[in-house]
Design a protein around this ligand. Structure first.
Ligand SMILES: [Zn+2]
Length: 118
């Protein structure tokens, strides 16, 4: 994946992460702004600055998205971002643009949903 493309996804993910954390605190938290500096470890520091209790106070859906966003950011760090967790193929860019934290390509996702429905 092209670097500038990856940077766009990273920014979207970081913004989403900020939103989710603001939802916990009800306000923007100092320090999270520093994300813009692109320091790789600032992300970890921010995550650690929240207690488990605060994180659990998020609603179920937000928690789910939060963990997917965190995983996606981890993947960017480890250079495996954008690959399907099932088949290992690149996830469609349109899909990543809409939901940059998705873990599966459209094929695997629909197979999974069929599996649940069956
Ligand atoms: Zn797949």
């Amino acid at each position: 994946m092209k670097k500038n493309r990856l940077e766009i996804y990273r920014r979207t993910l970081v913004n989403k992460l900020k939103d989710l954390y603001s939802a916990i605190e009800g306000k923007r938290v100092d320090g999270i702004r520093d994300f813009e500096e692109a320091e790789p470890d600032i992300y970890d520091l921010c995550v650690q600055s929240y207690s488990k209790e605060q994180r659990y106070s998020l609603c179920e859906r937000d928690r789910e998205v939060l963990s997917m966003v965190e995983e996606a950011l981890d993947k960017i760090k480890t250079n495996v971002y954008g690959l399907c967790e099932e088949c290992g193929e690149p996830i469609e860019e349109k899909r990543l643009e809409a939901l940059p934290w998705v873990k599966l390509c459209i094929n695997c996702q629909s197979k999974k949903e069929e599996g649940i429905a069956a």
